[in-house]
Design a protein around this ligand. Structure first.
Ligand SMILES: Nc1nc2c(ncn2[C@@H]2O[C@H](COP(=O)(O)OP(=O)(O)OP(=O)(O)O)[C@@H](O)[C@H]2O)c(=O)[nH]1
Length: 224
């Protein structure tokens, strides 16, 4: 492991030891999140919207291999450092990205509401996830590009039905307008913080209920 002299070394499960620090760490917990889904569904834009509040428009440049960014969010007074891995959706990079699934505590699985095959491929993605990821990994299904109304081919209800079938939370998002982008990461951070730091007597955190109560719906209609 590399690091600056005096910096806190994270333990295997990502907790930062409280003792032996010359100054306070800037986070209490670190967790690994991966963005998955077909090429072009908007994973890189989704991450940049969350990290920088900006949208990358213009020419589409496919991710090569894998890349990551960090962002610290505070949930219920706990600073959670999310290490977010942006994977290449292209088939030829799959063997590279599979190797990263194992250490991930959460997976955001995206499809594009204007691209039917990206939605149809979600089942194959879930099969891969079950093969390579930890059994208790948190999975969230996201229908991205919800800002596009005229090109929609997947109804919101279809996303909801598929998510229910697999028992995962779901919402539609837009990396362009930012709709539900921060909420997706906050919900993940809350779930992971709850798992790591559950207090005696604390009510259990239900990620699906939280999302249902907070999520915004596209202003356009959800039917075709
Ligand atoms: N309208 C709209 N366009 C989006 C949205 N998100 C991404 N895009 C566009 O979709 C294209 C692909 O976006 P990327 O973020 O590069 O896609 P990706 O999933 O990272 O693709 P790979 O790196 O190949 O896996 C780009 O032209 C984006 O501008 C969105 O929410 N709404």
């Amino acid at each position: 492991m590399t690091g600056k002299p005096g910096a806190a070394a994270a333990t295997r499960d990502g907790e930062v030891p409280k003792l032996s620090l010359p100054c306070s760490p800037s986070y209490d917990l670190t967790r690994k999140v991966m963005l998955l889904g077909d090429s072009g569904v908007g994973k890189t834009c989704f991450l940049i919207q969350f990290k920088d509040g900006a949208f990358l428009s213009g020419t589409f440049i496919a991710t090569v291999g894998i890349d990551f960014r960090n962002k610290v969010v505070t949930v219920d007074g706990v600073r959670v450092k999310l290490q977010i891995w942006d994977t290449a959706g292209q088939e030829r990079f799959r063997s590279v990205t599979h190797a990263y699934y194992r250490d991930a505590q959460a997976l955001l699985l995206l499809y594009d509401i204007t691209n039917k095959s990206s939605f149809d491929n979600i089942r194959a993605w879930l099969t891969e996830i079950h093969e390579y990821a930890q059994r208790d990994v948190v999975i969230m299904l996201l229908g991205n590009k919800a800002d596009v109304s005229s090109g929609r081919v997947i109804r919101s209800e279809d996303g909801e039905m598929l998510a229910r079938e697999y028992g995962v939370p779901f919402m539609e998002t837009s990396a362009k307008t930012g709709m539900n982008v921060e909420l997706a990461f906050l919900a993940i951070a809350k779930e992971l913080k709850y798992r790591a730091r559950q207090q005696a007597g604390e009510p259990s955190f239900q990620i699906r209920d939280y999302i249902e109560s907070q999520k915004k719906r596209p202003s356009c209609c959800s039917f075709l």
